[in-house]
Design a protein around this ligand. Structure first.
Ligand code: ASP
Length: 316
């Protein structure tokens, strides 16, 4: 049995202080060096178990958490909702308790319902990382985006980031706005009125409904049109959305960088000529996802108060 110990989770960006965010970004930078070595595995989390519980589809988040755990020598197991007992109607509580019997150190969970990760955190002894809950939060995406921006622009303070598109259904946007505020950057949301959540200004960002507002930004952050979460028609047509808000080469000013969390709807919210241009940081974001998730696992599992014999961060 594990002794009583203080537990920290990463359920939302508001679990992080500014110092936490910078420490994780610095750790990720150190870990990135380990990816240049011939042998890429570090012994840091040997004997630990990281369990990925994914109730929604994922490419980048799941693959990077799996690889992150492996690169740190943890054992890792992945359970997807389809093909498991979830298909047979098992409740989240029963699934969580079943998996808790394996005594995982970390459970990484993605779920369509807001608050599911908080529920698992209360129901098990594991440290829980929210890998996306409905349209609520996706804190590791925010951290990897901050990492990408800092590496590309050399700073975060006062960086202007225009977040363009379907903010209403986007956990990425919510987490990113909070993350940018945490590190002293300036978020601006640019979207048609129907795709802006009410009260988002209260999170500390400006809002514009005009695409030319992106002209002042250092970073143009493009969001996917999340048609699977749209119960009604939020825009007259995708074609009209694209003509008013799609990010084309003509709309990107020299010196700006462009980001997108993936998966992209090429030709809808982003023109392929922009996605594949020198201004695009989209593949850099994917690489950042790996090192930032390694840093998050490292940070959670080597926190003061947790019993790690000798935390090793050997990247020399
Ligand atoms: N991959 C991101 C997420 O899971 C963004 C998206 O799906 O549009 O939230």
């Amino acid at each position: 049995m594990r002794a009583e110990q203080p537990r920290r989770h990463l359920l939302g960006v508001d679990d992080l202080t500014r110092d936490d965010a910078y420490r994780i970004l610095d750790t990720a930078r150190a870990l990135e060096r380990s990816l240049d070595r011939e042998v890429k595995k570090l012994p840091t989390l040997r004997g630990r178990l990281v369990l990925n519980l994914f109730y929604e589809s994922s490419t980048r988040t799941l693959s990077s958490f799996e690889l992150a755990a492996k690169r740190l020598s943890a054992d890792t197991m992945t359970l997807r909702a389809s093909g498991s007992s979830v298909d047979k109607g098992e409740s989240l509580r029963d699934t969580a308790l079943t998996l808790a019997a394996y005594d995982p150190d970390v459970i990484v969970i993605r779920h369509p319902h807001i608050g599911a990760p908080h529920f698992v955190a209360a129901a098990t002894q594991a440290l829980v990382v929210n890998a996306g809950d409905g349209k609520h939060q996706h804190p590791t995406q925010a951290l990897l985006d901050l990492f990408t921006i800092r590496e590309a622009l050399g700073r975060l303070e006062d960086v202007r980031v225009a977040i363009v598109g379907d903010v209403l259904h986007s956990r990425v946007a919510r987490s990113l706005v909070e993350g940018l505020r945490l590190v002293g950057a300036s978020p601006l949301v640019v979207a048609p009125p129907t795709l802006v959540p009410r009260g988002i200004e209260g999170m500390g960002c400006e809002v514009s409904h005009r695409i030319d507002a992106i002209g002042d930004a250092d970073v143009v952050y493009v969001l996917r049109m999340q048609q699977e979460r749209m119960a009604a028609a939020y825009v007259p047509s995708l074609r009209e959305y694209t003509s008013l808000y799609g990010i084309t080469p003509e709309r990107v000013r020299p010196g700006q960088v462009v980001m997108h969390p993936g998966p992209m709807n090429r030709g809808v919210e982003i023109d392929p000529r922009v996605a594949d241009s020198g201004a695009s940081l989209i593949t850099t974001q994917v690489r950042a996802g790996l090192v930032v998730r390694m840093a998050v696992l490292y940070d959670l599992l080597t926190a003061p108060g947790l019993h790690v014999a000798q935390p090793v961060l050997e990247v020399a």
